[in-house]
Ligand binder design. Structure first.
Ligand code: ADP
Ligand code: MG
Length: 223
């Protein structure tokens, strides 16, 4: 369970305080899929960054019991490391003795995602869809309870986006809570149990799209 209570966040741009998140309240159930929708600049990435504690909040609280992992929009793979090294690096930092175990784990993770043949390649040689899979595999290496995904389909072609839907669904089936920020409402509708719409830093809609099909037009109207 993740609880976000009365969160406010602003950035100090020049002399004006720019409010980016305002009065955000959310309780997110374990093992559910929350889609964070909203036009560009509405505060989606900032909210994810606050959950991951990459940003400080001005007031309010964010409480979660479990490991949180962030999958960045531009993947942020380590360019000087092979795919396998990208996967084993973080876990090995904590536990050097287990390096061989992590290598095995990385191999089976890559196999599950259908990219085992890329284990010894460097990120620059991979397609966008393959990089996305590597980023996902790397996130899963630390067995997160909550996975934050920022625009996971951006820069992917339609076929790769469809892959992302099924990949993320299978990750969710393992019991991982997903919070997915995307400006692509059609993508979010395919995967989310619940969609929260942000506009100018505030939540303006909060619906379960499979139950509230009558609200979908209103949701689409916000774009
Ligand atoms: P979204 O992900 O929905 O496109 P963001 O969370 O990236 O929106 O941005 C929301 C607002 O916060 C924008 O107005 C953006 O310019 C501003 N913002 C985001 N990050 C920073 C930052 N580090 N410094 C100042 N302003 C920022
Ligand atoms: Mg963003």
């Amino acid at each position: 369970m993740l609880k976000i209570h009365n969160v406010y966040k602003s950035f100090n741009n020049t002399k004006v305080q720019e409010k980016v998140l305002e009065n955000i309240n959310l309780e997110i159930e374990t093992a559910s899929v929350l889609g964070l929708a909203g036009p560009s600049g509405s505060g989606k990435s900032t909210l994810l960054r606050c959950i991951q504690k990459l940003e400080n909040i001005d007031s309010g609280s964010i409480v979660c019991d479990g490991r949180v992992c962030f999958m960045f929009q531009d993947f942020q793979l380590f360019p000087h490391m092979t795919v396998e090294q990208n996967l084993t690096y973080a876990p090995s930092l904590k536990n050097k003795d287990k390096k061989e175990d992590y290598k095995e784990q990385a191999k089976s993770m890559l196999q599950t995602l259908g990219i085992e043949s890329k284990a010894n390649e460097y990120p620059r040689t991979l397609s966008g869809g393959e990089k996305q899979r590597v980023a996902l595999a790397r996130s899963l290496m630390i067995s997160p309870d909550i996975l934050l995904c920022d625009e996971p389909t951006s820069g992917l072609d339609i076929a790769s986006s469809e892959d992302v839907v099924s990949l993320l669904k299978s990750v969710n089936k393992l019991g991982v809570t997903l919070i997915i920020a995307s400006h692509d409402l059609d993508f979010l509708l395919k995967i989310s149990d619940r969609i929260v719409l942000l506009k100018n830093g505030s939540i303006v809609m909060d619906i379960a799209p499979r139950e509230h099909t009558d609200s979908l037009d209103k949701l689409k109207g916000y774009y």
